[in-house]
Design a protein around this ligand. Sequence first.
Ligand code: DX5
Ligand code: ZN
Length: 226
Amino acid sequence: MDVKKVFFMSKKIKVAPSLLAADFSNLEKELKKIEKSKADALHLDIMDGHFVPNFSMGPKIVGTVNKLSDIFLDVHLMIYNPYDYVEKFIEQGADMITFHVEATEDIEDTLNYIKKCSKKVGLALNPKTSFSLVERYLELIDVLLIMSVNPGFGGQKFIESTLKKIDLAKKIKDENKLKYEIQVDGGIDDIIGKKCVQKGADFLVAGTYLFSQSDMQKGVEKLKSL
Ligand code: DX5
Ligand code: ZN
């Protein structure tokens, strides 16, 4: 079976290394390391210098990564007007596209467009954003991305109030028998990851933690087994 198709069938905690923390001068080697680690997905952070105060990569890098690797590509758009760019990222091999509830007024259209392209869809919310803003879209999404740092940079400290939001997301999911996965992104290591999983997270993104391991596979296994 195609590796990418196994993605949404696993029962374990899913883990995605964030490419932002990789050594870009050695991209091919880093991708081999990620594949070997048996991570479920590769998280690609796309920043536009407006929605967040930083730039990172664009569709071309996603395309390069897609050529060099078979891993499921989880594209996290931290950009305004995501609808306008969805097609470009899908053309380059994105398997899932997550965009921010704060970044557009066309939330439903953007969600539906990504789904129409037969890709997984995620909706993200920032640490200061009220959960009520995403509530009405929960039945439309595959993944709810709860940001545990203010987006824009890797290597930041996990914001503890995120735990309450994960708890709420899990309660609402269970009460309404919804299917979305709860992804947490920012400042995750094995200790904080465990707290997130205990509250109901099922999908962890980690950059600094996983890339600082001498053996990435062991780090991934540790997070998966939380
Ligand atoms: C932050 C990004 C995160 C980041 C995670 O804007 O969305 O995905 O790369 O990196 P760490 O794990 O280093 O906080
Ligand atoms: Zn991210």
